[in-house]
Design a protein around this ligand. Structure first.
Ligand code: FE2
Length: 257
């Protein structure tokens, strides 16, 4: 295990993540500049003070997250928790990288692909929703060729994500097609119903989700925004370890939301 130059690292990761020309809710790539050489990387779902403190503790020169700083609707001021986070990063010369939508739609390591493969769908049986279903382009459909019992689908998801997911089981007991949209997929329910899959796996739900699922006889599983957005960032860390032969540590946090 050795050092890599930040510029070499960035050349590779920007290309691998395909970030050029991406319009997103936050800047993808380097968000806070630190030291020029990297020997250890910390990955996490979201930036927060605990993650930065862990990075300092293990001596990492770079943090890579899915949810970074500087969201479109954030106050454009360096105050409160933002001040503390940025101060800690700058004082310790830690580089902060964020990859948001590029990770959601990544052809190899998107959360949705990792989840579908993790629950036993063959990679050849994973397809994007047809293009006419606009709004669902971040999702992926998996087909179980012989079908799966709904309760077995829930167990497979629970054991892959190491969670106790919640669900509305108003659809058929036998599931062949499942749409996965990691994170905040609750708002897509109307579009998902039009798509006509047997089950929907996403991160969250809202007050009226259960009523709609009941009225539409639909199967809906929600495993947490955090939990459904862990697989891609863990896979990105594995990829970095493999390519650069450096230490990569995933900081796991317990977060049901
Ligand atoms: Fe997210």
């Amino acid at each position: 295990m050795g050092w890599i130059d930040r510029s070499d690292f960035e050349n590779w990761i920007y290309q691998y993540m395909g970030i050029s020309g991406f319009s997103d809710y936050l800047p993808n790539g380097l968000q806070v500049e630190g030291t020029d050489r990297i020997s250890k990387v910390v990955t996490a779902v979201s930036i927060n003070r605990h993650v930065i403190e862990e990075a300092i503790k293990v001596g990492a020169e770079a943090i890579i997250v899915h949810h970074g700083l500087f969201w479109k609707n954030d106050e454009p001021t360096v105050t409160l928790y933002r001040k503390q986070r940025i101060k800690l990063l700058l004082e310790n010369e830690i580089n902060l990288y964020a990859f948001h939508l590029p990770l959601d739609i990544h052809p190899e390591i998107s959360h949705n692909r990792m989840i579908l493969e993790g629950i036993g769908v063959e990679s050849s049986a994973i397809t994007p929703p047809p293009p006419e279903f606009s709004g669902l382009e971040y999702g992926l459909i998996g087909r179980f060729s012989r079908g799966i019992e709904f309760k077995d689908l829930v167990s497979a998801l629970n054991s892959y994500l190491e969670v106790d997911s919640k669900y509305f089981n108003f659809g058929g007991e036998r599931v062949e097609t499942v749409l996965v949209v990691s994170g905040a997929g609750r708002t897509l329910l109307d579009k998902v119903l039009n798509l006509g899959v047997d089950a929907y796996i996403t991160g969250d739900a809202q007050e009226n989700t259960g009523y709609i699922c009941k009225e539409m006889s639909f199967n809906y599983i929600y495993a947490g925004h955090y939990n459904t957005e862990k697989p891609g960032i863990v896979a990105l860390g594995d990829k970095i370890r493999e390519i650069f032969n450096i230490d990569v540590v995933f900081i796991s946090q317990s977060n049901e939301l």
